[in-house]
Ligand binder design. Structure first.
Ligand SMILES: Nc1ncnc2c1ncn2[C@@H]1O[C@H](COP(=O)(O)OP(=O)(O)O)[C@@H](O)[C@H]1O
Ligand SMILES: [Mg+2]
Length: 260
């Protein structure tokens, strides 16, 4: 089981978009996937057409069983039209109660401990996170193998990226204490990229200079993303032949390659 977390301490950069598309894409490809929505807004949950309750709070604070909080996402909500879904996709929803999780549990290893119940039951767990760091993030860090950082090629998103990377490093000594390896940076994914914008070009170049191969192919700024979000379906469901779908499949395949 591989645990991947989507992080950037800036909102609106594409964490939820990538969490839901990578999760749905890997399920289409044949993997058993759980998306854990850890943002009180619950946008990953509703993006897949699911209800916000019961949620992560029930799992971590009320000690609910996985079977009572896991919602299986109907294939029709995320499939590529006329293509069989080979795997399975579940969501653990989030709602405003998620905000209170850090106040209600003092066990920093709670996420890691609960996820150990899923070993050999699922292939991938994907965490969608909120931009504001919290003790829930710290607990998720303890359970994470790899991080994917979506970022826009603009100042505030890049600042959010830097802050997120610093927090990852700050938590490493705690991981070491518990005998956990360093978290792998799986990739930095430029989102809403405009080739014609000099600032975007410059910032992408700067990212590549600093992080080399870790910087993945950018996903262009395209209106179909907004349309897909409006009907709460992935872009490869709404517009399977679109450039956006093509670009996001490359991300899905790269994640698949990294974990299998
Ligand atoms: N490549 C893109 N082009 C245009 N809009 C995008 C693109 N990627 C994401 N979006 C839109 O940006 C908005 C914010 O994305 P979201 O994934 O919710 O960010 P976050 O979870 O980091 O706050 C959403 O409405 C989404 O549809
Ligand atoms: Mg989000």
């Amino acid at each position: 089981m591989h645990v991947i977390t989507l992080l950037n301490e800036k909102g609106g950069v594409g964490k939820t978009t990538l969490a839901t598309h990578i999760g749905a894409g890997l399920a289409v490809r044949g993997l058993r996937v759980i998306i854990i929505d850890a943002d009180p807004q619950g946008h990953a949950t509703v993006s897949l057409g699911m209800q916000r309750k019961p949620g992560l709070y029930d799992l971590l604070v009320r000690d609910a069983s996985f079977s009572s909080v896991l919602q299986q996402v109907p294939e029709d909500n995320y499939c590529v039209p006329n293509q069989k879904v080979e795997g399975v996709l579940y969501v653990i929803p989030s709602n405003e109660e998620t905000r209170a999780i850090p106040m209600m549990t003092s066990d920093g290893l709670i996420v890691l401990k609960r996820l150990s119940e899923l070993e050999n039951v699922v292939d991938v767990v994907l965490f969608d996170t909120s931009p504001t760091p919290s003790l829930l993030h710290a607990s998720i860090y303890m359970a994470t193998h790899s991080i994917i950082y979506p970022t826009e090629c603009e100042y505030l998103s890049l600042d959010g990226l830097v802050q997120s990377l610093q927090h990852k490093d700050q938590l490493q000594p705690t991981r070491q204490q518990w005998g956990l390896n360093a978290i792998d940076i799986m990739g930095i994914v430029p989102m809403k990229y405009r080739e014609s914008t000099v600032l975007h070009n410059r910032n992408l170049e700067m990212l590549r200079k600093q992080f080399g191969e870790k910087v993945w192919q950018p996903l262009g700024l395209r209106t179909v993303w907004g349309e897909a979000s409006l009907i709460r379906r992935p872009v490869f469901h709404l517009a399977p032949q679109s450039k956006a779908a093509n670009e996001v499949w490359k991300v899905v395949l790269r994640v698949e390659e990294a974990i299998t």
